[in-house]
Ligand binder design. Structure first.
Ligand code: GUN
Length: 283
């Protein structure tokens, strides 16, 4: 093992401590306490874990947390109605609908129904558009967390070749634009990319967000590259990333562990987005 660890757990703790301090100040002045509504539809086990973590961290920093657990049989109309109620609720600054949704519900329709100013996930097409245009917007939590982590360790981005593996709306596309905005040269790879290794071997920074256990191996990584692993794959042996930590750790200069890398930053950025949305609603 040669690579140094990008310690997301530690950096996220610092972010949450700063947020808690701000909330304590708001409370001492009798100001508006940020409120996050989290909507969970159905029984997806991973979603239940994520939502539980979000609710816990929300309470720890002193936010108001409103959890809405709906049955898997919920109709699109019922969910749209709940979103309308939350859009109009002054105690709610942020609305997060946990994905994936059951198949009878059109996720795009739901995400579009959320008031863009309460869209703390940054998934509304308007916020995505602003991000692509390089305009101020709510940024999705995982990509925002990756940028925060790279900055926390002083990783240089300008002029570097960043290779993003994965093109999801949640991670791949937005992180590519955030890196581009910081003057990286960005390549996006995906399931149809030919000779992935030939491209990743050119990367100064690799962001792996594909959901395939240990897909990026040491032979695919250039000596000294920075490797960010967004994968959270639940195997019998435990949580495993998209990066083969053992072999990549021997060639990379910096690497994120799984767990304890990007994951904790995702929730910390959700809290940051909610705090910011709360501030805007006060104005
Ligand atoms: N499902 C997996 N990741 C996320 C996320 O960041 N936000 C929401 N709402 N759902 C998800």
């Amino acid at each position: 093992m040669k690579a140094q660890i990008l310690d997301g757990k530690k950096v996220a703790e610092e972010v949450r401590a700063a947020i808690k301090k701000e909330v304590d100040e708001i409370k001492s002045k009798g100001g508006h306490i940020p409120g996050l509504a989290v909507v969970l539809v159905g029984e997806n086990p991973a979603s239940k874990v994520y939502v539980g973590q979000k609710e816990k961290k929300c309470k720890e920093v002193g936010f108001n947390s409103f959890l809405h657990k709906l049955p898997a049989s919920t109709t699109e109309g019922e969910l749209l109605k709940l979103i309308e109620t939350l859009n109009n609720d002054k105690a709610v600054d942020g609305i997060l609908v946990q994905l994936p949704l059951p198949q009878q519900i059109d996720s795009d329709k739901i995400l579009k129904a959320i008031d863009p100013s309460k869209d703390v996930d940054g998934f509304h097409p308007m916020n995505m558009g602003y991000l692509v245009a390089g305009l101020p917007a709510v940024h999705p939590c995982t990509p925002k967390g990756i940028m925060y982590l790279l900055d926390a360790y002083g990783i240089e981005i300008e002029g570097k070749h960043a290779v993003v593996v994965g093109r999801s709306n949640i991670v791949g596309k937005p992180i590519a634009h955030l890196l581009l905005d910081r003057n990286a040269t960005v390549t996006i790879c995906h399931s149809r990319t030919k000779d992935l290794g030939a491209i990743t071997r050119q990367a100064d920074i690799i962001v792996a967000a594909v959901g395939r256990p240990r897909m990026i191996t040491g032979s695919m990584v250039k000596e000294g590259a920075v490797v960010v692993d967004v994968g959270i794959n639940r195997l019998e042996e435990g949580l495993v990333g998209d990066v083969d930590f053992e072999t990549v750790g021997d060639v990379a200069s910096w690497i994120t562990p799984v767990p304890g890398g990007v994951g904790p930053l995702t929730i910390a950025m959700l809290l940051k987005n909610t705090l910011e949305a709360g501030r805007k609603s006060e104005r």
